[in-house]
Design a protein around this ligand. Structure first.
Ligand code: 13P
Ligand code: ZN
Length: 269
């Protein structure tokens, strides 16, 4: 049996949580990540005997049998590198997604993030749009969060502002950013609403709370959020100043052609 702590998915998860904390995106226990694992890869390090079974509180038929590496509820990203087995867990969903067998981790008796519904429902949504998506990532980056206090939450307006803040934005997230109004977090309701938004974009802002990103791997999903957060930072630096220049829609079309991307339908003139 291989050592689970040196499995590529584990080292990548530890690096990512550490890096997200260093970016200031995950104060205290803020933020959570779920990574869809490949069963064959997990079997190299685990005998797959369930340690205990947890109730999920929702149904997700599509996820039955799927295995995820998930951050624990109440756990601090800054501590993951020192005690991965306490702060992370590997779970296999069973019984139509209503139960999760703990295969490894949460060794202090803990459980997966309180945002498990939003994560799992978002995985279901993204799998249908793009089966290469294996990661759902949530965090509280200050600039995006701040922007939700001062910017119109209309998705087209919000997306266009971000696209205009850095040339690469439209290339990195051509599908734009969807936005949910403030909702109670940790509930099935916000999970359902987030998943619906994930059908049309890989980024979903939770107003006055944070952001969700989805992508094919941890690095790419981190980069996605990083790019949007950078754009929000530029916005906050300039929002109170007279705007003299911008990236025009004509220039956005040049970027589409140059990088082979297609901006969200109806978002450019
Ligand atoms: P958890 O500690 O349950 O993951 O919650 C953190 C968070 O960001 C809630 O939205
Ligand atoms: Zn949060």
């Amino acid at each position: 049996m291989k050592d689970i702590l040196t499995a590529p998915f584990m080292t990548e998860m530890i690096r990512t949580t550490t890096n997200m904390y260093a970016h200031g995106w995950d104060e205290r226990n803020g933020g959570n990540i779920s990574l869809l694992l490949d069963e064959a890869e997990v079997k190299e390090s685990l005998d797959m005997t369930p340690i205990r079974t947890l109730e999920t509180g929702f149904e997700a038929l599509e996820l039955s049998g799927k295995i995820f590496l998930v951050t624990g509820t109440g756990k601090y990203f800054k501590n993951v590198q020192y005690a991965p087995d306490v702060n992370l867990g590997i779970v296999r969903l069973t019984e139509n997604g209503t139960k999760a067998e703990l295969l490894w981790g949460y060794s202090d008796g803990g459980r997966f993030t309180s945002e498990f519904p939003a994560h799992m429902m978002s995985h279901v949504a993204r799998m249908k749009v793009d089966p290469s998506n294996r990661v759902v990532m949530h965090c509280h980056p200050a600039n995006l969060l701040a922007m939700t206090y001062v910017h119109d939450l209309d998705e087209k307006a919000f997306t266009r502002t971000l696209w205009q803040m850095c040339t690469e934005c439209i290339v990195v997230f051509p599908d734009g950013v969807n936005v949910l109004p403030w909702m109670l977090c940790g509930t099935n309701e916000i999970g359902i609403a987030t998943a619906k938004k994930m059908e049309t974009a890989r980024l979903v802002v939770w107003a006055q709370h944070g952001i969700y990103g989805a992508g094919k791997d941890l690095d790419e999903t981190f980069g996605l959020i990083e790019t949007a957060e950078k754009a929000a930072e530029i916005y906050l630096k300039i929002a109170h100043l007279p705007l003299v220049n911008t990236i025009t829609d004509e220039q956005m079309h040049l970027l589409e052609a140059r990088f082979g991307v297609k901006a969200r339908e109806g978002y450019l003139n």
